[in-house]
Design a protein around this ligand. Structure first.
Ligand code: RM4
Ligand code: MN
Ligand code: MN
Length: 424
């Protein structure tokens, strides 16, 4: 689908402008004593998984406005992630949502992915919807359900997702529970929590030694009075009780407005209990907006904690994934923009002078603390991100390349205007 010769031609048009910008930035970074090669390496190594359900147009409960050429099979979804990765060199993984995307032929899907340079990241279970012909309903919860047979079905589903992930080379199961209540009195909180813990314990026994169980939290939606795992504290409590292989997953859209997410990240890493990250942006709640489109400074502050945590704590490797729905924009364009924002924030966070910051913190020099952070935040690092991508054979400007190559037009020609993606 993506012709590399065409990409070279497109890059040629951008190269002189890029080189001008990059040599200016490179010189100023070198003058500051920054190890530019190391910086580029870190940015180049950073890979963010694309969820299999994000390649199609998302919808709200009021409507959905597809734009055509959507991938209707898992093969096509993997191919679309391959296009993104060829352009930005940072989308080298795909995260499957089960049962939306159950592979029919494991060998062939693994081969398609490997040929495109893609790995299978965490697998996600789904007990927030009833599947066609299922005997049990998750209407009143899954792992927390009062009925043992419903809990057993949900546990079994999670075990099957692990088995499926093993065949693909995944190393983590992500569990997000919609379990909760919309009316006061609907649950006995203590019993619902205990049942959830017991169910998770059973799933945990099925986890291979080199796997992680990532537990998401969310304060509200689809339930509006209580959620069984509403916050990072509850997720952490469960993960601690389960054991070493369990950790908390932070989804940027799963907090009440004004929550200090960077502090949550710092503390979880301090406890070696941050397992993964779902990127999006939000104004109110789980808005599913493009990463960095509303609060780039918050994203930068979160990355500052991630960068420090990765250096100064024993917290293990993290699973990174975009978790956003694309209702208005072409999903592929939205994903390219989101990844670009992530890389920009990561690069800026790598440029913070943390030694100087520690001194300023110790001496309570508040103005200096702010200035040190903002010094890095206010730098224009776009040419640095472009340089890392270009150096790997990607596009200098992935979004512009996507448009110049008329990828969506090609996908519509190939798959038609009506092809629909599974997912939300
Ligand atoms: C949830 C949660 C999960 C995601 C589903 C589709 O809000 O963020 O991670 O997989 O949505
Ligand atoms: Mn999520
Ligand atoms: Mn979410």
């Amino acid at each position: 689908m993506l012709d590399s010769n065409q990409l070279i031609e497109i890059n040629k048009k951008k190269i002189s402008e890029h080189q001008r910008n990059w040599s200016f930035l490179k010189e100023s970074l070198t003058n500051k004593g920054v190890d530019v090669e190391d910086l580029i390496q870190k940015i180049s190594d950073f890979q963010i998984a694309i969820p299999s359900w994000a390649l199609g147009t998302g919808g709200t409960r009021f409507g959905r406005f597809p734009l055509g050429g959507e991938p209707s099979t898992l093969e096509d979804k993997v191919k679309d992630v391959g296009i993104l990765h060829a352009l930005n060199k940072s989308s080298g993984a795909i995260s499957l949502h089960i049962p939306w995307d159950v592979p029919q032929d494991f060998d062939s899907i693994r081969k398609i992915a490997a040929d495109l340079g893609l790995k299978f990241d965490a697998v996600n279970s789904n007990t927030f919807q009833d599947q066609p012909n299922s005997i049990h309903s998750y209407k009143f919860g899954s792992l927390c359900h009062a009925d043992k047979t419903v809990r057993a079905a949900a546990i079994q589903h999670n075990k099957e997702v692990i088995d499926l992930g093993i065949k693909l080379g995944s190393k983590a199961l992500t569990v997000w529970l919609a379990d909760g209540t919309s009316f006061a009195g609907q649950h006995n909180f203590r019993e619902a929590f205990q049942r959830t813990l017991d169910s998770l314990k059973e799933i945990y026994t099925h986890l291979p030694d080199d796997w992680k169980l990532l537990i998401e939290y969310k304060p509200y939606e689809p339930n509006f009075y209580s959620m069984v795992i509403p916050d990072w504290g509850t997720s952490h409590l469960l993960a601690s009780k389960l054991g070493e292989k369990a950790a908390t997953l932070v989804d940027l859209g799963h907090h009440l407005p004004n929550t200090n997410i960077e502090q949550i990240v710092a503390l979880l890493m301090h406890l070696n209990k941050l397992g993964g990250f779902h990127f999006n942006d939000s104004k109110y709640g789980d808005d599913d907006l493009s990463v960095g489109s509303l609060k780039p400074y918050q994203l930068f502050l979160i990355f500052c904690e991630l960068v420090q945590g990765m250096k100064e704590t024993d917290n293990g490797e993290l699973s990174w994934m975009i978790d956003a729905s694309h209702n208005l924009k072409d999903p592929m364009e939205d994903l390219l923009q989101s990844i670009a924002s992530i890389k920009i924030s990561f690069a800026k966070a790598l440029l913070v002078d943390y030694k100087k910051l520690k001194v300023a913190q110790k001496t309570n020099d508040v103005s200096a603390c702010q200035a040190i952070l903002q010094d890095a935040f206010n730098m224009d690092v776009r040419s640095l991100v472009s340089e890392s991508c270009y150096g790997l054979g990607g596009a200098i400007d992935p979004l512009e390349a996507y448009r110049s190559l008329e990828i969506r037009k090609g996908l519509i020609e190939e798959r038609g205007l009506d092809s629909k993606s599974t997912g939300l």
